[in-house]
Design a protein around this ligand. Structure first.
Ligand code: HEC
Length: 101
């Protein structure tokens, strides 16, 4: 399982470029593009990281705060969450919540 993660992540990174060529419904906020390498933008792509598209923004914000504070154990999200301010997290969560596929 652990050994498969890097392969899945690189496949997701490749897949993430496809939707970028289409014009997005709304401009993604700063930082959101950094998430889609691991959190796939399309339903058809399976990755170890759960999809963020269409998720309730409050859930994404709560998860990011828990990763940031260390309340929620993580392999990588604790480090990623620390790189984003509360306002950036809110903007990213709102944008993902509004996306559909
Ligand atoms: C390097 C890959 C990677 C990147 C980049 C990444 N994530 Fe994650 N994310 C993960 C993994 C793996 C998990 C599962 C928890 C863990 O092991 O850290 C996760 C879990 C999550 C969860 C919890 C989802 C759930 O249903 O439990 C949220 C919310 C989340 N990430 C948001 C984000 C946001 C927002 C960004 C961009 C700022 C982002 N992630 C960037 C890999 C990534």
């Amino acid at each position: 399982m652990i050994a498969r993660i890097p392969i899945a992540i690189s496949l997701a990174t490749i897949a993430a470029f496809a939707p970028m060529s289409q014009s997005p419904a709304q401009e993604a906020p700063a930082g959101a593009a950094a998430c889609s390498g691991c959190h796939a933008a399309a339903k058809s792509v399976e990755t170890p990281a759960p999809r963020l598209i269409g998720r309730a923004p409050a859930d994404v914000i709560a998860a990011m705060q828990a990763f940031k504070s260390g309340a929620r154990p993580a392999t990588i999200m604790d480090r990623i969450a620390k790189g984003f301010s509360d306002d950036e997290i809110k903007a990213i969560a709102a944008w993902y919540g509004a996306q559909k596929d």
